[in-house]
Design a protein. Structure first.
Length: 180
């Protein structure tokens, strides 16, 4: 994962398969019956499902909206952290959910990072700038009918470039204060 400042697991090189097992035993996922089906070896794809049960039903017997959001919450950040590596800071910044139809059975979400998305991140952060892309994932039922649309905003910055940028800004500030 990305950096030790970003959490306990980021201190270790964890394979996608091991991370899948760890997260499948994570209490929020266990409680909501969220199960990671697959994390691609290159971290660029993740598939998740959530079966409907008493633990994740709302008052009208369909999937609780918080559960639908929870099944999508960490994945774009986790994927990006692992693909970009330790030279980048990656955080979840925001998320929105649009409910399209009631989820009445097992629901699925498939996350993917394209070559174009990764190239855009590297391009936009190459001089230390922050970049806040928005990625979309659809939640669908067993018949591929849309249940919800989730948009996740990430905060991404290249660490080394960010540090260089701060040093440059500090140097400029010091020079301008001497001139005053």
């Amino acid at each position: 994962m990305s950096s030790s400042a970003q959490g306990f697991y980021s201190r270790f090189k964890i394979s996608p398969n091991l991370m899948r097992h760890i997260m499948n035993w994570w209490s929020p996922f266990l409680g909501m019956r969220i199960h990671i089906l697959r994390i691609a070896p290159d971290w660029r794809e993740v598939s998740v499902r959530m079966k409907l049960s008493l633990r994740n039903k709302n008052i009208v017997g369909t999937h609780f909206g918080g559960g639908l959001f929870s099944m999508t919450d960490p994945f774009f950040m986790m994927m990006m952290m692992n693909v970009l590596g330790r030279d980048y800071v990656v955080w979840d910044k925001a998320g929105t959910i649009q409910f399209i139809a009631p989820g009445r059975g097992t629901v699925f979400a498939h996350f993917a990072l394209s070559d174009a998305a990764l190239a855009e991140v590297r391009d936009k952060t190459r001089h230390g700038e922050k970049f806040e892309p928005v990625y979309r994932v659809n939640i669908v039922d067993e018949n591929d009918n849309m249940v919800a649309i989730i948009d996740k905003t990430l905060y991404i910055r290249q660490k080394a470039k960010a540090a260089e940028q701060k040093i440059k800004e500090k140097s400029i500030d010091e020079k301008s204060s001497r001139v005053s």
